[in-house]
Design a protein around this ligand. Structure first.
Ligand code: URA
Length: 243
């Protein structure tokens, strides 16, 4: 038997702050074993009691998985002294959350946030080649020669970074008068500044960068920049089976 207060349980399950969940309880919106309970301090047995709010069974899972649409200006770290971190965008999240890999401060788009270290480790392992797809605007006119260079793999700098594995570059638009191109690129690794360095290697500069795909996940079109949501069970299954 594992006893805890009802309001603490609901807050830990991510339903809201302690004072928010107290309101739901006092309004009679929370059911314990099919009976509405209005006392936030009521002790429940988390092993055997069934807790229901808005027709959903509330369970505390060991892990959380969030898909964040990262805005520019946020650092992909758990702590930083110079800029807000991506975790500040998940205000009621549990304390052990961390971003799965890094997007540069000025990069936007799909970033996974979790506390599942084992899955993160697998997703980030260089051996697993989990694809990451980016949409970018580039200074310069991207050519079919560039597409071939990306396809072959590119030397992207110093000894540490070395070769970037073959990447799939697609040209969406070129605007000669503006000297600008828009592209998507899919890379298999996550080396430091990899996309920026790959374009640097073909003499071009990334102006804006947004991640739109990570393994089997795509950035939902209806998720505004700065917003996040939990992964659906289907997305989580796909993610776990891709690595
Ligand atoms: N490549 C980059 O250059 N920056 C990112 O943020 C991600 C991939």
């Amino acid at each position: 038997m594992s006893l805890t207060r009802l309001d603490k349980y609901l807050a830990d399950a991510g339903l809201g702050t302690r004072s928010e969940v107290k309101k739901y309880i006092k309004k009679g919106q929370v059911y314990v074993n099919q009976i509405p309970v209005t006392a936030p301090e009521k002790k429940i047995d988390t092993d055997s009691d069934e807790i229901i709010y808005q027709d959903q069974i509330i369970r505390i899972s060991a892990y959380d998985y969030f898909l964040l649409n990262k805005p520019a200006g946020y650092v992909s770290a758990t702590k930083d002294n110079t800029a807000p971190t991506v975790l500040s965008l998940i205000p009621n999240g549990r304390k052990d959350l961390f971003p799965v890999g890094r997007l540069d401060k000025d990069t936007e788009g799909l970033l996974l946030i979790t506390n599942d270290g084992a899955l993160a480790h697998r997703l980030l392992s260089p051996k697993r080649h989990v694809n990451k797809t980016y949409y970018a605007t580039i200074e310069g006119i991207v050519t079919t020669e560039d597409v071939k260079s990306f396809e072959r793999g590119l030397f992207i700098g110093d000894e540490d970074l070395g070769e970037a594995l073959p990447a799939q570059l697609s040209i969406l638009e070129t605007e000669p008068f503006k000297n600008r191109s828009t592209i998507t690129v899919t890379i298999q690794e996550g080396k430091f500044h990899q996309v920026k360095r790959m374009f640097q290697a073909v003499g071009k500069k990334v102006l804006t960068l947004k991640r739109i795909g990570f393994g089997p996940l795509t950035l939902p079109e209806d998720l505004p920049c700065g917003a996040y949501r939990q992964l659906t069970p289907e997305e989580l299954d796909l993610l776990k089976s891709c690595c």
